[in-house]
Ligand binder design. Structure first.
Ligand SMILES: [Zn+2]
Length: 330
């Protein structure tokens, strides 16, 4: 029996496995955290996985992002496409819905409403604040996770039970360094996602537990837990007495991607044929795949995804990217 060892575990039992097998899990991001989380929840036996990521596989991902292959990097396969292919080999009966997209309020409200829980695998605070608002507004638990260098952190946020992410942010370990500058090792990823998956198991099986923020440094072999149930602010705009969910109403057109020297534009009104025609009129060479067009303009590598998302690489600021964008598209 496939889930025998998990059912024998006293915290899960037959009834817990039943709940797990009826559950839908959303994962926001498909990098180091997202791939580890996706494999774990798939093997755990959930019914359905919904996952979003805007990136494609690169060679430098393979050191810590599980399931991706060298061929995915060589072909710049979108991360969620590569992930779905591998997960389906592990669990042919798992329902998987993927989105090659930036995760914003609109996508959450369109695609993630059916989730029983959301797992955080993003690399930036802005998306987490949108997730946090979404989850508290629609009464869904979510589990924060992050790692950089050799440090890891995980924390469950449960509407009506715990204060929200905004209320706790002040005591979170400083995570303003990025993997691109100080690097990251796989054990830090594994620890963050192990705690996230443990919390997901408890929440999905309706196990009672005391929520704690957990963090540590695997290289230093330090580990700490912190209770945070009493840290809620009654004036919090997300979990306080009169919530307005401000981050759900933000609409950003351009975003600087975390530590990537990359700016993303999300409001392009062109379709693929128009972009191709546009590039050909300007004699700009391009690579065309089923998912995107890749080209260079003004010496900056760019990638245009079907659906209207444009990434401009090797830029330092949003303004620099806007200048190039307007040179290109007027
Ligand atoms: Zn709050």
């Amino acid at each position: 029996m496939r889930y025998d060892r998990q059912i024998k575990f006293k915290g899960i039992n037959e009834s817990g496995q039943q709940r797990i097998s009826n559950s839908t899990v959303g994962i926001i991001g498909s990098g180091a955290l997202g791939t580890h989380l996706a494999e774990s929840v798939a093997r755990m036996g959930i019914k359905k996985l919904i996952i979003v990521d805007r990136d494609y596989v690169e060679l430098s991902n393979l050191q810590r992002q599980s399931l991706f292959k060298e061929s995915d990097a060589a072909l710049s396969v979108p991360k969620v496409v590569a992930l779905k292919r591998e997960l389906q080999l592990i669990r042919s009966d798992l329902e998987i819905e993927t989105y090659i997209s930036h995760c914003d309020a609109q996508l959450l409200e369109e695609a993630f409403m059916q989730c029983d829980i959301l797992l955080d695998a993003t690399d930036n605070f802005e998306t987490r604040q949108v997730m946090n608002d979404f989850c508290y507004k629609y009464n869904k638990p979510w589990v924060y996770g992050a790692c950089v260098e050799s440090t890891y952190v995980a924390c469950p946020f449960i509407p009506d039970i715990t204060p929200c992410f905004n209320c706790v942010m002040g005591i979170l370990p400083v995570m303003n360094r990025t993997c691109d500058t100080v690097g990251i090792i796989e054990p830090a990823v594994s620890l963050a996602t192990s705690y996230q998956v443990m919390y997901a198991m408890k929440i999905l099986t309706s196990t009672e537990f005391e929520p704690k923020l957990v963090f540590g440094d695997v290289w230093q072999m330090d580990h700490t837990t912190l209770k945070f149930s009493r840290m809620g602010d009654i004036n919090c705009k997300t979990c306080g007495d009169s919530p307005t969910y401000p981050y759900l109403n933000l609409r950003e057109d351009q975003t600087m991607l975390c530590g990537r020297d990359t700016v993303q534009f999300t409001t392009l009104n062109f379709d693929q044929n128009q972009i191709i025609q546009f590039l050909e009129e300007r004699n700009i060479e391009y690579i065309h795949t089923p998912y995107f067009l890749r080209f260079k303009f003004s010496n900056k590598p760019m990638i245009w995804f079907n659906g209207g998302r444009l990434l401009i690489h090797e830029v330092k600021t949003v303004n620099e990217a806007k200048t190039i964008y307007h040179q290109l598209f007027g």
